[in-house]
Design a protein around this ligand. Structure first.
Ligand code: FMN
Length: 165
């Protein structure tokens, strides 16, 4: 693997990409601005934020590079249904694929997206707060905050470790 390539809107995916870079020694590049640093077909690990079920940047990354593994960063609480759904919706078939919980930075979102986050908080509340995680999710959706933890990267680090440069 040559590098970590990512697309991030408000910085959470970027933080995960930078943590991975630090741990693996691979450089992390933003998809939008990476150019001379990588060649077409180079092997990369891709991370993209989830926007209405779509992993932003994934389709473009696949066209430019040989994406050996990928991670989607969203706000949903991880469960067994997330990966299969994201895979179908983003046409991910034959690569190792991971889900990471990111966060919400209201100050970096426009009015409409802030409203969407607050509507999402209400729908989580309506469905019923069953766990501490549900409670934290509602708070993060309304007030901002994050779920980023180094230990969320354990599986991805193991995968990258098995596929060195
Ligand atoms: C308009 C909008 C739509 C979103 N749609 C989803 C979604 O479908 N599933 C999900 O898990 N998270 C969704 N999110 C949450 C983001 O993926 C999450 O906040 C992520 O951490 C953002 O990463 P970033 O800071 O790298 O942009 C959405 C966020 C916004 C603003």
């Amino acid at each position: 693997m040559k590098a970590i390539v990512y697309e991030s809107n408000t910085g959470f995916t970027q933080r995960y990409a930078e943590m991975l870079s630090e741990k693996t020694g691979l450089p992390a590049y933003e998809l939008e601005t990476v150019k001379d640093q990588l060649k077409t077909g180079d092997e990369v690990f891709f991370l993209g934020w989830i926007h209405a079920g779509k992993i932003r940047g994934y389709a473009k990354a696949v066209k430019q590079y040989s994406v050996k593994g990928a991670a989607a960063v969203g706000i949903s609480i991880p469960d067994e249904k997330i990966l299969p759904k994201l895979k179908t919706d983003n046409k991910i078939t034959d690569i190792p694929f991971f889900y990471l919980q990111g966060g919400v930075a209201p100050e970096k979102l426009g009015v409409i997206n802030r409203k969407i986050m607050s509507m999402l908080a209400s729908s989580v509340e309506k469905a019923g707060i069953k766990t501490e995680e549900d409670k934290k999710l509602v708070d993060v959706l309304r007030n901002g905050g994050d779920f980023i933890k180094e230990e969320n990267l354990t599986e991805i680090l193991a995968f990258i470790g098995e596929n060195p440069k």
